[in-house]
Design a protein around this ligand. Structure first.
Ligand code: FAD
Ligand code: NAP
Length: 508
């Protein structure tokens, strides 16, 4: 479904367009990049054919617009005429046509609910569904509580109390294994948002009765599942109430049904990692409590030529800790992102132009990786290509620090040239320091003097590099890189006899 179209990426002839399965991107005609689309939306052209009017659309009316040359799609109760967008959709016209004349909400959410279609398609808005909206607009209608006796028993609840100087909100999560990664708190001006996230999301969202100070404390009683959010009153007055409930306050819904929340973070440093890759350090607001779990990514949002564009990035550590005896000090106040700046990249060019002190919107974390996947592993293999290295950083640190049964960790790192290898020195030092860790660099376009391995991901290469340390050892193989690289890797591994449960791919 709707996707943020890369400019000319992958290049029309690139293998990256020929995905082995799953969601292949299709070649876009020249002049059909995201930037071209943004230009078209700003051109003043009537893209809906309704001369700027917004109408109420019945289901019958929607169903009539089901052809490529006349295609309307409903997403969360809003109807868009996507006919002019057809040729700009990187997933291809056929993918878009799957929802022609119908409600595309589920399809959209399955593929990439994070894409900010509201901004991308605002000039294509025809109107709202009449009578009964097919799906609730994100955050517009009251969200359902999870039904069913057992789910109801697990529904968290909250309470609050005050002293002269403090307001404490207590969330009873009814979860025994609470931890800091499951609690996300933001407080901007008087708006407090406290979310408990796991497979479900519980939200406390209020417009506070009075102003509070910037620093917010979060206490977690892990065993009993109690979370305290402690706010400092600006004025020592007695509050009659906590505040006004906002629309999603006190709701408990599936995590995937909750809209992404963004807060503005300050760029505090930008350092070179390689000739084209930089380490960006973003500072979270003092009133934000957010930790990005291992294997998860965040979304960055920027307004480019008047359109909001969103891209995923996987936070890393500021460096690879070499002393694994102690878990590294958790630094929740900063996010480190290792980002390759593409010379023709729409988003990364805009990022590269950010100055120290500028702000950028950062979303809540998302991702399909669970620590439990690695907790029982004896052999861990990390297959990374280019910036596909980023999810491996925290994973490597977590595995070497906290997975007791681990015997080997092997990073097989694919790059074009030596100059492209990220954190090569640190990886080599780590391999010297920790005998469980081994790194192998494989170059696809090496210089003549490269004495290491060369080539691309292949069955023979994987059969050579990925081997159980013992006949029956528990293995986890994590893969990340360009989509075709990942898809080919999975196929080769399956052909070599590894099961689906033994392979993890990172996706958005
Ligand atoms: P686009 O405008 O989409 O276009 C790309 C242009 O750049 C093309 O014209 C081409 O010339 C060039 N280009 C792009 N990719 C390639 C390539 N592979 N080879 C050659 N040329 C290319 N990226 C990071 O740098 N760090 C991360 O931590 C990170 N995490 C991610 C996590 C997830 C879950 C996913 C799905 C992606 C992640 N990415 C990461 C990729 C990131 O989201 C963007 O796709 C990337 O930054 C390119 O965005 P862009 O708008 O600048 O490029
Ligand atoms: P790159 O430098 O272009 O490529 C790195 C290595 O992968 C090179 O050896 C390259 O060989 C090889 N490669 C590229 N495309 C391939 C293909 N189709 N089949 C087999 N090998 C291929 O990589 P990059 O620019 O850093 O891109 C990294 C990718 O990782 C991006 O697509 C990004 O979106 C993705 N990523 C995903 C996540 C996630 O969590 N899902 C996180 C970070 C990054 P060649 O010489 O043949 O090009």
């Amino acid at each position: 479904m709707l996707n943020v179209p890369p400019q000319a990426f992958p290049a029309p002839s690139s293998q990256q367009r020929v995905a082995a399965g799953g969601r292949a991107k299709v070649p876009l005609k020249p002049g059909r990049s995201l930037m071209d689309w943004i230009r078209l939306t700003k051109s003043g052209r009537d893209l809906t054919g309704l001369k700027g009017r917004l109408i109420e659309v019945t289901e019958d009316e929607l169903a009539k617009h089901n052809k490529k040359e006349d295609c309307w799609i409903c997403i969360r109760g809003f109807v868009y005429n996507v006919t002019p967008y057809m040729e700009y959709h990187p997933g291809g016209e056929d993918e878009l046509m799957k929802a022609a004349g119908a409600d595309g909400t589920d399809l959209f959410d399955q593929v990439h609910r994070w894409v900010n279609y509201e901004s991308m398609l605002k000039e294509c808005l025809v109107g709202r569904m009449a009578v009964k909206p097919i799906a609730a607009p994100k955050g517009m209608l009251p969200e359902k509580k999870v039904l069913g006796a057992s789910a109801r028993d697990l529904t968290p609840s909250y309470d609050w109390f005050q002293t002269d100087s403090l307001i404490t909100i207590v969330i009873y999560t009814k979860q025994k294994d609470m931890n800091a990664e499951l609690v996300i708190v933001d407080c901007e001006d008087k708006r407090l948002r406290g979310e408990i996230v796991d497979d479900h999301s519980y939200l406390v969202e209020v417009d506070l009765d009075h102003a509070v100070q910037e620093d917010v404390a979060v206490n977690i009683a892990e065993k009993v599942g109690k979370v305290e959010i402690i706010l400092k009153k600006k004025d020592n007055i007695h509050w009659k109430m906590l505040g006004q409930a906002l629309e999603s306050h006190n709701t408990f819904i599936k995590r995937t049904e909750r809209g992404l929340f963004y807060r503005k973070c300050k760029l505090v440093s930008k350092t070179e990692v390689t000739h084209d890759t930089k380490l960006l350090c973003l500072m979270l607001p003092r009133s934000t409590h957010l930790c990005v779990p291992v294997g998860q990514h965040i979304y960055l949002k920027q307004t480019i030529a008047g359109t909001e564009v969103v891209k995923p990035y996987t936070p890393v550590l500021p460096f690879l800790p070499l002393d694994f005896k102690e878990p590294p000090r958790h630094d929740g106040a900063h996010l480190y992102l290792m980002i390759k700046m593409y010379s023709c990249g729409l988003f990364t060019q805009a990022l590269d132009h950010l100055q120290i002190g500028d702000y950028i919107s950062v979303s809540n974390p998302e991702g399909n990786f669970k620590k439990s996947q690695v907790q029982t592993s004896e052999d861990l293999f990390l297959l990374a290509a280019g910036t596909g290295f980023t999810p491996m950083v925290k994973l490597l640190n977590f595995a070497l620090t906290e997975v007791g049964c681990l015997r080997t960790v092997r990073l097989i790192f694919f790059n074009k040239t030596e100059d492209d290898i990220l954190w090569r020195n640190q990886l080599e030092q780590l391999a010297l320091k920790d005998e469980r860790f081994e790194v192998q660099f494989i170059l696809s376009q090496p210089a003549k003097d490269w004495v290491g391995k060369q080539g691309k991901i292949s069955s023979s290469l994987l059969s050579e590099c990925v081997k159980r340390s013992r006949k029956d050892s528990k293995v986890l193989i994590c893969i990340c890189g360009p989509t075709p690289f990942t898809e080919q890797g999975v196929q080769y591994l399956k052909d070599l006899g590894y099961s689906q449960e033994e392979i993890h791919t990172f996706t958005a």
